[in-house]
Design a protein around this ligand. Structure first.
Ligand SMILES: [Zn+2]
Length: 112
């Protein structure tokens, strides 16, 4: 995976529209399903989801790096490995398994 700097991480994990809770929902899912193992990363992720909208603006740089290494690296799928479209937060949990967006997964399953 390519290296993300602090600004990249902040940009990606800050929701730009209030009504869309999909980033918060995804991070809540990761917490609820015990994906995140690092104690510091769990605390930081809770802090992010408590913001409205979810964002990293209250984190120190070192907290952002912990989040990047223990949450973003394992649990962020940037784009579908078949069509290269960005994976929406709502589809990220499924994409963790196979790397596909919902559209491509559907097509590939039909081909089998
Ligand atoms: Zn796709």
């Amino acid at each position: 995976m390519q290296k993300y700097n602090l600004d990249d991480v902040k940009r990606i994990f800050t929701e730009d529209h209030d009504e869309d809770q999909s980033l918060k929902n995804y991070l809540d899912d990761l917490l609820a399903l015990d994906y995140i193992e690092d104690e510091r990363a769990i605390g930081i992720t809770k802090k992010i989801t408590n913001q409205v909208p979810a964002n990293l603006n209250d984190l120190s740089p070192s907290q952002v790096y912990v989040f990047r290494d223990y949450v973003m690296k394992p649990y962020y799928v940037e784009s579908c490995k078949f069509c290269s479209m960005p994976i929406p937060w709502t589809e990220m949990i499924s994409a963790l398994e196979d790397g596909y967006c919902a559209h491509c997964r559907h097509i590939l399953e039909k081909d089998e």
